[in-house]
Design a protein around this ligand. Structure first.
Ligand code: UD1
Ligand code: CA
Length: 455
């Protein structure tokens, strides 16, 4: 395999975002724009990937610390040609592909098609035909229809401005071609910049054919310059994702009201109601139903589970046939065995809930282990924190915890035990015992209620 260097331009400021955050770090589907480009680039198995940074360089380095890219600093932004030239000394001997860090939806297939044409006699240029080409570099062709130059909007004459075929900025060539052309760029143009686009005329001048290809849809090569474009591309991305989920057999109440910020895998006949957000890696088993306005992050929800509206679920594993919500909050480390039920206004954290156990209303269960068929009454709290350390609550199979109980951990409630409502349980409860800590009810017969006295 021939070597491949990918150069991603990301030094620009992104003034029109009106943001302190470098443009390419703004997120689309929960992921920085430039990370989308990097992920797509990785699909081409490059020998090296270079990211040209300038504005917000430190933030970019930090944000991409986990990637195996090399950073090239462009101190002053003197044009796209100048940007690529910064990476010149690090290029290998094979092909070079130039991408933009603010063009997130480019597909690997389009890039592969472009690269396939490159050799010492050919370079590749990705173009797009737009009804409104304003702002873009125009593709100038000779009478034989060969691309021979790119003219920037600001340098174009009226005939060139009428051209609808535009430069996407994405191009590919051999490393030796690029190294030959870059030193010959000049900044004698309307913007006083070193235009990468000038290499097209150099190629044509040397008899290197400029092979143009177009992406399947124009949105692939759309760049982000402002928040409105950002929001538009987000919707496009989400719609594509929704379409692919529906093709896989997922029922979406409204494909326009779904947000996936990560990877969502679904079994057959999953139903997702409106306004749900999925983050990180989420797996939904067959027949799972998600009510409206749920947020689910890094979780696995087993088959035939029902999640009612407005539930928030993070780093949870639900085995299947579970009922969750409405308004449930399942925090990291929640594990629900089959048929376990967590109802409204219940918060769980680092909790194992055994098969068939129920926590139906208004409870907090944290750092706890519940056996099978435990019933936790409304308003039960595991007091897991003593102000310094966290402690565990263990509740055995078939135990019944009466409403409004406080379980002061560390504490164990034995199998089959019953806790009377309103108890504060600070000592272990034996199997099958009844524990009640509330004071006895007092009754005074025919008690005369106080009356208001006049002053
Ligand atoms: C560029 C192209 C134009 C094309 C358009 C597509 C040139 C001269 N023009 O124009 O033909 O139609 O893209 O969007 O190439 N960048 C740097 N360093 C720089 C300058 C730019 O890293 O010194 C990066 C920017 O961050 C951005 C990308 O390169 O990601 C494009 O730069 P931009 O200034 O937006 O180029 P355009 O003028 O739009
Ligand atoms: Ca641009």
């Amino acid at each position: 395999m021939q070597e491949l260097d990918i150069v991603i331009l990301a030094a620009g400021k992104g003034t029109r975002m009106n943001s302190q955050i470098p443009k390419v770090l703004h997120t689309l589907a929960g992921k920085p724009l430039v990370q989308h480009v990097l992920d797509t680039a990785a699909g081409l198995s490059p020998s090296r990937t270079h990211v040209v940074i300038g504005h917000g360089a430190d933030r970019l380095r930090a944000a991409l610390a986990a990637s195996t890219v090399s950073f090239v600093v462009q101190k002053e932004q003197r044009g796209t040609g100048h940007a690529v030239a910064q990476a010149q000394n690090q290029l290998g001997n094979g092909k070079v592909l130039v991408l933009y860090g603010d063009v997130p939806l480019i597909r690997r297939e389009s890039l592969a098609a472009l690269l396939a044409q490159v050799d010492e006699q050919h370079m590749g240029l990705l173009t797009v035909t737009l009804s409104d080409p304003t702002g873009y570099g125009r593709i100038v062709r000779n009478t034989d229809g060969e691309a021979v130059a790119i003219v920037e909007q600001k340098d174009a004459d009226s005939a060139q401005l009428a051209i609808n075929e535009c430069n996407t900025g994405i191009m590919a060539m051999t490393s030796s071609q690029l190294k030959r052309w870059l030193p010959r760029l000049s900044a004698e143009n309307a913007q006083g910049e070193y235009y990468l686009t000038d290499v097209i005329a150099m190629a044509a001048g040397e008899g290197v054919s400029v092979c143009t290809t177009q992406p399947a849809t124009a949105v692939e090569v759309e760049g982000v310059n402002n928040r409105a474009q950002m929001a538009r591309l987000e919707r496009v991305y989400q719609q594509q994702l929704a379409n692919s989920l529906m093709e896989q057999g997922v029922a979406l109440a409204d494909p326009a009201r779904l947000d996936v910020r990560g990877k969502l895998s679904c079994g057959h006949d999953v139903f997702i109601d409106v306004g749900c957000v999925f983050e990180g890696e989420v797996e939904l088993g067959e027949g799972v139903r998600i009510g409206p306005y749920c947020v689910i992050k890094n979780s696995t929800i087993g088959a035939e589970s029902v999640i009612e509206s407005h539930s928030m679920i993070d780093s949870t594993v639900a085995a299947g046939l579970n009922q969750i919500g409405p308004f449930a909050r399942l925090r990291p480390g929640t594990r629900l065995a089959v048929k376990a039920k967590v109802g409204n206004f219940v918060e769980t954290k680092n909790a194992d809930v055994g098969e068939g156990s129920k926590i139906n209303h208004l409870s907090y269960v944290g750092d706890a282990h519940l056996g099978r068929n435990v019933n936790v009454g409304a308003g039960t709290i595991t007091c897991n924190y003593d102000g310094a350390n966290k402690h565990r609550t263990v509740i055995g199979d078939d135990a019944f915890v009466g409403s409004n109980s406080a379980l002061v951990a560390p504490v164990t409630v034995g199998k089959g035990a019953t806790i009377g409502a309103g108890s504060t349980i600070a000592k272990d409860v034996s199997e099958y015992a009844l524990a009640v800590t509330r004071s006895r009810q007092l009754e005074k017969a025919d008690w005369p209620r106080p009356v208001t006295t006049s002053k």
